[in-house]
Ligand binder design. Structure first.
Ligand SMILES: Cc1cc2nc3c(=O)[nH]c(=O)nc-3n(C[C@H](O)[C@H](O)[C@H](O)COP(=O)(O)OP(=O)(O)OC[C@H]3O[C@@H](n4cnc5c(N)ncnc54)[C@H](O)[C@@H]3O)c2cc1C
Length: 560
């Protein structure tokens, strides 16, 4: 991929232009109504979905020519956290398996509506995903497991006090909640209810995470309350999200001439202070040890993905645990940390990245050459692969959950192989069967623990022999959920700046929820439409709380 996309990286020399921000907004409408911003150049730091989406909207809504857009990515791969890689020879790895919903993902589906599918001629990626979900419907028959048995998860198990707290947190303002943690609000018993087990494993919340983020999630996904035990509202992609989303977007951008520069880290930005405000005038980079810089004119645009939930992630193997790496080994936080030193209005990365013990967890991807595990799981859950969803083992010390996606999960996956994904929310606790912390376990030990929880004892040796289980350690995976206060995340368009936007998971978007592809795409729309003065509304934010029928149904679920 990086070979296909690698582009010539040349520094430019251009003088700065005054009042250029206004010049940029003063666009001439083209014949088709698309503004022609032909002289603007755009530089995007990071090759995750936030940047890919920004590039797509710069072209589609902003009329910026593709060759004027440069994406600078530190790693050799595009897609960032939205990953999926591997081959039959080397096994497969996804650090995450994503769940979407039709209601809440308005920005993501807007983007995918104009990206052509790579696998079905004449279809958009959005249509392809909708068509897939009309055939392969999610309806979990086994959401929770305890003592090796599936349990009835339709009962939420909430007390009156829990219900009151849930309603109260939804009604309390973000300012009032401030930096409170979820555990500051609920009784300890709340964290033992079916509701919490399903909620926390669906969205990866921990008791010590931000109460504000939980409030946003409760409101944003209220429509999911009545189906939280079946996950019937979840929409999935036909293949892993790299193959189904990142590849087609990248291909579309390549066809439009966008420049991809991988293996290049942005290390700093220089600003000038003009009459309109602060403008980026130079981008400093380092590429394979060589320093370079790009001159940015006032009319040009700079997009920064500040921080990454998969920063410093590492992989183990069937025989080795995944090592816990430090953020210094990965540049994803460094630029933001450097920028805030002189620009306090750009937020506070330390609120998110300074407590690895509370932000890390471990996922694992298992490639199997024998169908026995899938057969046993399908019998046990009552769901064919792709129709169930997360199966959470409530009495697992590691709080393990697994998902069997529809197969094949990779475009290049042969029919005789199966791939599934799982994760544990408590990697620092000893297993129930393997007396080691999950984070110290090899892939084989993690799979062993899983099989024992599921009581697949008879077939366990055979399953393990046919498996390659790759653990992925992600030190910052829930960093975006850490308690924070107003100002810790920069605005997408910080006040007093003219040509820079922050995009991704660590910028502020009112009411929307982080740890979603939606948030990154919303930041992209917000940034592009605002910087270019595009006369287009950001896709509407679905608000279930404004629909009385949904509110009543959801509240009724809490009493079940
Ligand atoms: C395990 C897991 C499960 C998930 N589940 C879901 C789900 O169910 N539903 C859902 O909607 N979302 C889910 N997500 C979240 C979703 O994948 C992310 O929110 C999204 O992919 C983030 O995209 P991004 O572009 O904002 O940031 P990232 O993808 O993190 O991209 C940042 C990129 O910028 C690069 N970079 C950073 N700094 C620099 C620099 N200075 N110079 C050059 N490059 C730089 C990094 O290398 C990285 O590639 C999940 C993610 C994971 C990991």
């Amino acid at each position: 991929m990086s070979g296909l996309l690698s582009a010539t990286f040349s520094s430019e020399s251009a003088g700065s232009e005054s009042s250029a921000a206004k010049e940029r907004i003063d666009v001439a409408a083209g014949a088709d109504g698309v503004p022609q911003n032909e002289s603007i150049k755009a530089y995007l730091t990071g090759g995750g979905i936030a940047s890919l989406a920004s590039a797509a909207y710069l072209i589609q809504a902003g009329g910026v020519p593709g060759p004027n857009i440069t994406i600078l990515e530190a790693s050799e791969l595009l897609g960032g956290s939205l990953d999926g890689k591997g081959s039959p020879e080397h096994s497969y790895v996804i650090r995450g398996g994503r769940m979407f919903t039709e209601e809440a993902y308005t920005c993501m589906f807007d983007l995918l509506s104009f990206i052509p599918s790579l696998t079905t001629n004449g279809m958009s990626v959005k249509d392809e995903i909708y068509e897939f979900n009309s055939r392969i419907k999610s309806n979990s028959l086994c959401r929770l497991v305890k003592d090796g048995q599936k349990i009835d998860a339709s009962h939420m198990g909430l007390s009156n006090a829990d219900r009151m707290e849930l309603i109260s947190i939804m009604a309390t303002s973000e300012d009032t909640l401030g930096a409170k943690r979820i555990e500051d609000i609920f009784e300890l018993s709340f964290f033992k209810t079916n509701f919490w087990y399903m909620w926390c494993t669906t969205f990866a919340f921990q008791p010590w995470h931000s109460a504000v983020e939980l409030k946003r999630y409760l409101l944003r996904f209220m429509q999911e309350f009545p189906r939280i035990h079946t996950l019937a509202g979840v929409r999935r992609t036909p293949y892993n999200q790299y193959d189904s989303i990142v590849l087609p977007i990248t291909e579309w951008l390549v066809q439009h001439g966008v420049q991809f520069v991988t293996g290049t880290q942005v290390t700093n930005l220089d600003f000038n202070h003009g009459q309109d405000g602060k403008a980026v005038e130079r981008i400093h980079t380092v590429s394979h040890g060589a320093e370079d810089s790009i001159v940015v004119r006032d009319i040009d645009l700079v997009f920064v993905t500040n921080g990454s939930m998969t920063a410093a992630s590492t992989q183990g193997s069937m025989t080795e645990p995944a090592r816990l790496a430090s953020k210094e080994e990965d540049g994803s936080w460094a630029l933001w940390e450097t920028l805030v030193q002189d620009n306090p209005e750009f937020g506070n990365p330390a609120a998110f990245n300074s407590n690895v013990a509370e932000s890390k967890w471990l996922s694992f991807t298992v490639t199997l050459t024998d169908p026995v595990f899938f057969n046993l799981m399908e019998q046990f859950t009552g769901n064919l692969a792709g129709t169930g969803g997360l199966v959470t083992i409530m009495d697992s010390n590691w709080l393990m959950s697994v998902v069997l996606p529809y197969q094949p999960h990779f475009l290049n996956q042969p029919p005789e192989m199966d791939v599934f994904w799982g994760y544990g929310l408590f990697p620092d606790i000893e297993g129930n069967f393997i007396k080691k912390k999950m984070s110290d376990c090899s892939g084989e030990e993690i799979l062993n623990e899983l099989c024992r929880h599921l009581r697949f004892d008879f077939h366990r040796p055979h399953i393990i022999k046919s498996a390659n289980c790759i653990p992925s350690m992600m030190p910052y995976i829930t960093s975006q959920f850490m308690p924070r206060v107003k100002g810790d995340r920069p605005d997408v368009r910080p006040t007093g700046t003219t040509n820079i936007a922050f995009i991704g998971q660590y910028c502020e978007l009112p009411d929307d929820v982080v740890f979603t592809v939606e948030y990154s795409v919303r930041s992209a729309q917000t940034a592009v439409f605002s910087l270019l003065g595009v006369d287009k509304e950001v896709s509407s934010l679905y608000k279930a709380e404004h629909d009385l029928e949904i509110v009543l149904k959801s509240l009724a679920t809490l009493f079940h």
